[in-house]
Design a protein around this ligand. Sequence first.
Ligand code: G3P
Length: 235
Amino acid sequence: MEAGRASRTSLIQNLPNMKFFIDTANLDQIREAAELGVLDGVTTNPSLMAKEGITGKNNILKHYVDICEAVDGDVSAEVIATTFDEIIREGEQLADLHDQIVVKVPMIRDGVKALRYFSEKGIRTNCTLVFSSGQALLAAKAGASYVSPFIGRLDDISSDGLDLIAEIREIYDNYEFETEILAASIRHTMHIVECAKLGADVMTGPLSSIEGLLKHPLTDIGLEKFLADYRKGNS
Ligand code: G3P
């Protein structure tokens, strides 16, 4: 749609930077990505916390603070609660931990209500477990700061996750929704490149997917030749 294209152009002019988040609770990997100088934030989820052996409420809350200190950017911290009152209570506690915390809320009925509540309170949110453009539209209507379509998990069931990114981009551009499209469940480097072509605002993936962007065999061959020629001329 022409109007959507025009509005995307102006959006690109205002936001020239595709944000890179790392999807892990591993502090070493977060620091490594931060040292590369391209990291804009971190996303976590209960599975990623468990993978690092972080269990028990106090340890989990402390780990979120440690992550915030390891990165200069947004850190998504997911609620475990599934009822409105509990999501609010848990989300407010997470938001109070650190300015960088973004409260991650699942795309369920009470989650949508909570997105609206948090939006009115000025608490930033990431609506997670999004698998359809209808869910993404609802999240934007409810005032989510980020929406997380899980592209890898759609690919896993023979449904093209990248098509979902394109659909959400078109819908958000049609109405100039400010909710940022955070392409999640990125599995590899080409997912990042394709998301960039489609205009995802943010991608979150493993360190390997980010480091994969570095690699090209012709770079290695070219560098080897430059260094060999230098050595020949300076021996
Ligand atoms: O950001 C969501 C992500 O953690 C899910 O990734 O690889 O478990 O589908 P994955």
